[in-house]
Design a protein around this ligand. Structure first.
Ligand code: NAP
Length: 269
């Protein structure tokens, strides 16, 4: 028997993974609402409505969650997908730039959880899916704060899950590998790259740019999210990656720290 439709809110659903997840879940018959900072620009796809939300603003997040509840009367699933990339030598990333990234990737998800939890608790249950990244399992060169933000969101989710289980609420993470989206275009970058760091940075970025060509169809990730939503007892973490990305997670667990680090360095040299 098909699962009954759910009210599902997806942050950052104007493009990329969020849009693919929304399209798939709407097609499956769920009541999907997405968010965007500029909802009027993304309305073209027509499959589900977009509500205005900037995850870096408490007021904006609270207003969007209130609007969803007012429109639908409930909130069963929240998918914290809105996020940004960042690139640059760690030495050149100013604390202000790093704070912008963390404000979106970590505190953004936290703001949405805070706003959604009272409704889920009142309903006696709910599901929170935080989209992290395979990059949160290790420190990737020249993407220090991206790895840091996603690692932090992993640990945040783990802690939250232990607190909300008593209310019948599941919290979990989905870790994507590389998917074909707009993420590279919107990556934050420092204004100045120091001369000493330029050669290593440029080489690593050329390798990263090359690997993105082989990145995968966002609908593959959406299919996994659909399974998670239908699972009776969802796992704590879902890794949606193939090949070297998936292998790296295993190697990180079993290899001595410096040996793993050498392997990463060699890949980007
Ligand atoms: N693509 C990959 O290979 C990959 C790999 C691992 C993890 N991820 C993660 O997957 C998530 C989605 O990324 P994507 O690849 O689909 O990138 P994308 O196409 O650039 O989409 C990012 C989304 O985040 C939203 N967003 C950004 N800043 C926001 C803010 N301050 N408030 C509200 N929404 C904001 C954007 O919405 P608006 O601009 O319309 O507001 C956009 O819809 C991110 O968390 C990313 O870190 C992606």
């Amino acid at each position: 028997m098909p699962a009954p439709p759910k009210v599902i809110l997806i942050t950052g659903a104007s493009s990329g993974l969020g849009k693919a997840i929304g399209l798939r879940l709407a097609k499956a018959g769920h009541n999907v609402l997405g968010t965007s900072r500029q909802p009027q620009l993304g309305e073209g796809h027509g499959a589900f409505p977009l509500v205005a939300m900037d995850v870096t603003s408490d007021d904006s997040v609270n207003a969007a969650i209130a609007e969803v509840i007012q429109r639908t009367g409930r909130l069963d699933v929240v998918i914290n997908n809105a996020g940004l990339g960042i690139q640059g030598p760690a030495e050149d990333i100013t604390p202000e730039l790093a704070a912008r990234l963390l404000d979106t990737n970590l505190l953004g998800a936290h703001r949405v959880c805070r706003a959604a939890l009272p409704q889920m608790r009142a309903q006696g249950g709910g599901l929170i899916i935080n989209v992290t990244s395979v990059a949160g399992n290790f420190g990737l060169p020249y993407r220090s704060f991206y790895s840091a933000s996603k690692a932090a969101l992993e640990r945040y989710t783990e802690a939250l899950s232990t607190e909300v289980a008593r209310f019948g609420i599941h919290a979990l993470t989905v870790q994507p590998g590389e998917f074909n989206t707009n993420i590279a275009a919107a990556r934050l970058k420092p204004d100045v790259i120091s001369e000493a760091n330029k050669p290593g940075y440029e080489k690593a970025m050329a390798i990263l740019g090359g690997s993105m060509h082989y990145s995968r169809d966002p609908d593959e990730l959406a299919q996994v999210v659909e399974k998670v939503i239908n699972a009776r007892r969802p796992k704590a973490t879902y890794i949606v990656a193939q090949g070297v990305q998936r292998l790296s997670i295993v190697l990180k667990k079993v290899l001595p720290g410096r040996m793993f680090e050498r392997m990463v360095r060699k890949h980007y040299e």
